[in-house]
Design a protein around this ligand. Structure first.
Ligand code: SAM
Length: 232
């Protein structure tokens, strides 16, 4: 299967195992992951955020419930919200989720903005779990005809060691633990030397849902920096 489908399937498998009730997809783009997640019966709140509000608006229509969806018991449990805004900015409406996904997003940020992303997502939103995927640059030698990055908008592509060192620092700074995996396998004899095509970190908050809440003073106040694009 195509790589983007494998990344989304990875998230869906995680959701089926862990049954999060509130799920937030960062850089939701064409809403394709959200459109798959809306069929999960455990999710009560499904939210997408992207800096490109026009793109979200253009592709969100398949997200609206079909009239037949209402025939399904428990469908009315699902609420969907789409926001335009940047992951570098805080918004108190997106705090306290069970799962935040960031699929092929961070490599579109400058390294300074990746630092802000870490602080906003892990330090402020404080979700129970976070799934981050990003290209593994060690795999690039297996991609025919590629010179430079996989996409012209990428600001960086990390080796496994670079991703690891960012992720471990996030864990230290914000009290998470992480496991590394990926999707898109190299031929058997090259798997160890190049790793996965897309590398994935699965972060879990230490102490789970009741992990220490470090928000103090003004951090506890409401902040609205994103714009609601649509709500179903
Ligand atoms: N997650 C999508 C998927 O799995 O199909 C693909 C993501 S696409 C490669 C990257 C997305 O990140 C784009 O839609 C882009 O508009 C968005 N993006 C870039 N910078 C952002 C930022 N600072 N805040 C929120 N979204 C951002």
């Amino acid at each position: 299967p195509a790589l983007h489908r494998q990344r989304h399937q990875f998230v869906i498998d995680f959701v089926n195992r862990n049954k999060p009730k509130k799920v937030l997809d960062l850089g939701c783009s064409e809403c394709s992951l959200l459109k798959k997640l809306k069929f999960n019966r455990d999710i009560e709140l499904l939210v997408g955020l992207d800096i490109n509000g026009a793109k979200v608006k253009k592709h969100m229509h398949g997200l609206a419930p079909l009239s037949t969806d209402y025939l399904q018991p428990s469908y009315d449990q699902l609420r969907i919200e789409l926001y335009q805004g940047s992951v570098t900015q805080k918004d108190s409406r997106l705090r306290g989720f069970d799962l935040v996904t960031s699929i092929e997003l961070i490599e579109h940020l400058s390294l300074a903005d990746v630092e802000l992303f870490s602080a906003v997502v892990f330090g402020y939103m404080t979700p129970v779990a976070v799934i981050v995927s990003t290209p593994n640059s060690e795999f690039n030698l297996l991609l025919p005809g590629l010179s430079g990055f996989r996409h012209s908008d990428h600001k960086f592509e990390w080796t496994r060691a670079e991703f690891r060192s960012w992720a471990l620092k996030v864990c230290l700074d914000y009290s998470y633990e992480v496991e590394f995996t990926g999707v898109g396998q190299a031929p058997q004899e090259q798997q160890d030397s190049v790793g996965f095509c897309s590398q994935i970190g699965v972060f879990q908050r230490l102490g789970g849902r009741n992990g220490s809440n470090m928000l103090l003073g003004d951090e506890a106040e409401d902040v609205f920096s994103y714009t609601l694009v649509s709500k179903f």
